[in-house]
Design a protein around this ligand. Structure first.
Ligand code: B12
Ligand code: SF4
Length: 589
């Protein structure tokens, strides 16, 4: 097993963002990525680990990170020099619609006979449109592609038929499109490893750290995510990962949970090798009380020391925080309330009250919660500009209620760049008070090339104009920034930088509107001339990226464990027989 069989490529949102003048705005301010969304799907690591366990050699190349961190990185040369059996490209998030297809075109240009495989949520949703592109040979549908991908790779290596590989869309010899049955939807989430062992091994083996970094600044902020499930029990109307989206588009009618003992083992493994905080995503309370008890006491058993953060879909109770406090050293909480306004939140699909949330924040701090991140969004159903500004006042009152505790960190950002394909709102916009500006994949690709986030949005809400939405998003961000500075949740320097950036962003948005009133070719000339200023504003706007960070510290244990892993991987390279493989699909190998 010497040559790389599969290269997994992650494209930037827009290819080539280095040449275009686009004011992305605060579209990614609330996630660790920059606006070109350089983070690859966690599924790359589960695919990589699973395929390697079955004898297929995999390499992740995060083109987006390489392009961001090395301005002269030559993508075409890098792709030309690769020589795998197949390329895999994620079109998981709709914002990658432009970059992912352009990267596929480059793969085909330099390697016309090498198959290009697409996958991810957006690929699944748009599988018919996607397979029609000349540069796409296969699409694998679904939220669990590890097994069909393994079988596809065996078939490609042997030159055998792919007609019985589940979830696969392909073209036969005549070019006709064949849609295989969508039957691989595992009922549990236990067949994969979520412990980052694949990424660590491949860094050591390929002597290449940067290509597989999950996002640009990961080395300075080594955060990891743990997942409790595939699917979701809830139905937030704008979410493409809701219960109804999974049922209607991803073939899943029941949530697949990860065994709590496996989840604890994932986290223990992360803690041995990576010093940063661990986020446990997808509210584990969805799995019921027994699961909660087993998981939390399991974390106590491993004496988990890293900071740990939990995403909760509804405000937890005092009793629940007591359980966390009794069992954990350092925990934090994250809740996306979306709005302070109960009717707006109910229209979004989260029908709990603002008062219950405030009580939960108080209870969290009574029980030693180290940090409470509260997320709000603009552009959601029924939300008016006045309601958005009301959120700032409500947060101010909440700060007063908790004695201006600086451990509360509120954030606000727009629902952007897109309403999720597959969400209830996307499927039936009129019912929820929206007009869609794009439906097809190609229409989304065109939107991504627009010059500012106001023009990129794939929707217009009825309850406010796009200009109002842009203005109140920045206004509310300024309000929260000032509040955080006043209570000491952020330092004055950070607050001043954010204030300045928001003000400059408002000016830039107005300037782009003004440029858009010109016709081509003057419009493009003016935009190109403005590129430098726009690029300065693209990193973060409504908050400083580092505000999202939780503390991390490496110790001697991490160093020793990584040295041990380094020796083991190198020994396996020198003596391949040391590596054990799974023979599950041996007949197809
Ligand atoms: C965890 C999560 C995150 C994490 C990211 C973790 C990560 N690196 O993957 C964070 C919080 C950072 C995040 C950010 C964003 N997210 Co998110 N996220 C999720 C969530 C909750 C779970 C997804 C998950 O991890 N699944 C399990 C992992 C192990 O599998 P996987 O990555 O899906 O991969 C499998 C398949 O998708 C497929 N697959 C994936 N890639 C490929 C490639 C190939 C070639 C093949 C064959 C198969 C394949 O096979 C994989 C293995 O089986 C879902 C909601 C949900 N209920 O599912 C939303 C969701 C996926 N996110 C969504 C969105 C919109 C975003 C953002 C764009 C939001 C924003 N504007 O900032 C950003 C994008 C960040 C970036 N790329 O830089 C939408 C996507 C809708 C759409 N169709 O576009 C979802 C559905 C719902 C939502 N609104 O949050 N997200
Ligand atoms: S936004 Fe709502 S539906 Fe979507 S993953 Fe989160 S809780 Fe589930």
């Amino acid at each position: 097993m010497s040559k790389t069989d599969l290269v997994l490529l992650h494209a930037p949102s827009v290819y080539d963002f280095r040449q275009t003048s686009i004011m992305y705005g605060p579209v990614s301010d609330l996630v660790p990525s920059s606006p070109i969304f350089e983070m690859y799907p966690l599924g790359f690591t589960t695919i990589g680990e699973y395929l390697e366990r079955h004898g297929i050699r995999v390499r992740i190349v995060n083109l987006a990170v390489l392009m961001l961190s090395k301005p002269d990185f030559d993508v075409e040369k890098a792709i030309r020099e690769m020589d795998p059996v197949a390329f895999g490209i994620d079109l998981h998030w709709a914002p990658h619609a432009h970059g992912a297809v352009e990267v596929a075109r480059l793969c085909k240009e330099y390697h016309p006979h090498t198959p290009v495989v697409f996958g991810g949520f957006t690929s699944t949703y748009y599988h018919e449109e996607l397979i029609a592109y000349d540069c796409v040979d296969y699409v694998l549908r679904g939220d669990s592609t590890e097994e069909p991908f393994t079988r596809l790779m065996y078939a490609l290596k042997r030159g055998s038929s792919v007609s019985d590989i589940p979830n696969l869309i392909w073209k036969d010899a005549s070019g006709a499109i064949v849609v295989n049955a969508f039957t691989c939807v595992p009922p549990t989430f236990d067949h994969v490893k979520l412990d980052y062992s694949f990424s660590m091994r491949s860094v050591i083996r390929d002597r290449d750290m940067r290509s597989s970094l999950p996002f640009k600044d990961w080395l300075s902020y080594p955060v990891s995510a743990s997942l409790t499930c595939r699917g979701c029990t809830r139905n937030c109307v704008t979410c493409g990962g809701s219960a109804s989206a999974f049922r209607d588009h991803y073939g899943r009618d029941r949530v697949a949970f990860r065994d709590p003992e496996l989840l604890v083992a994932d986290i223990a493994h992360i803690a041995r090798h990576i010093p940063g905080p661990v986020f446990v995503l997808n509210d584990f309370r969805q799995a019921g009380d027994a699961y909660v008890e087993q998981f939390i006491t399991g974390l106590k058993r491993i004496d988990f020391k890293n900071p740990i953060g939990f995403e909760f879909f509804t405000p937890p109770s005092e009793e629940f925080y007591q359980l966390l406090n009794e069992n954990l050293n350092d925990y934090s909480v994250e809740v996306s309330a979306e709005s302070h306004d109960d009717s707006v939140r109910a229209a979004f699909g989260k029908p709990y009250t603002w008062d219950s949330l405030c009580q939960s924040v108080e209870a969290a701090f009574r029980n030693n919660c180290q940090r409470f991140d509260l997320y709000f969004m603009t552009g959601i159903p029924t939300q008016t500009a006045a309601s958005v500004l009301g959120t700032v006042e409500a947060v101010e009152a909440l700060y007063e209620r908790i004695g201006n505790n600086p451990k509360l960190l509120p954030f606000i950002g727009p629902m952007a760049p897109f309403l999720d394909p597959g969400s209830q709102v996307f499927e039936d916009p009129g019912r929820f008070g929206y007009t869609l500006r794009a439906r097809t994949l190609e229409e989304h690709r065109r939107l991504l090339m627009q010059p500012s986030w106001k023009y990129i949005l794939n929707y217009v809400p009825d309850a406010m104009t796009l200009d109002e939405m842009v203005d109140v998003t920045y206004e509310a961000a300024l309000g929260l920034n000032r509040l955080k500075a006043r209570v000491g949740a952020i330092d004055p320097g950070t607050a001043a930088t954010t204030e300045q950036r928001v003000l400059e962003a408002q000016i830039a948005m107005a300037r782009i509107d003004e440029i858009m009133r010109h016709d081509e070719p003057e419009r493009s000339t003016l935009l190109d001339a403005y590129k430098h200023e726009i690029d300065q504003l693209n990193e973060s706007t409504v908050c400083e990226k580092t505000e999202l960070n939780w503390p991390a510290s490496a110790n001697l244990g991490h160093v020793l464990n990584n040295v041990r892993l380094w020796f083991r991987v190198n020994a396996e390279l020198a003596f391949p027989r040391l590596r054990k493989y799974d023979d599950r699909f041996a007949g197809e190998r």
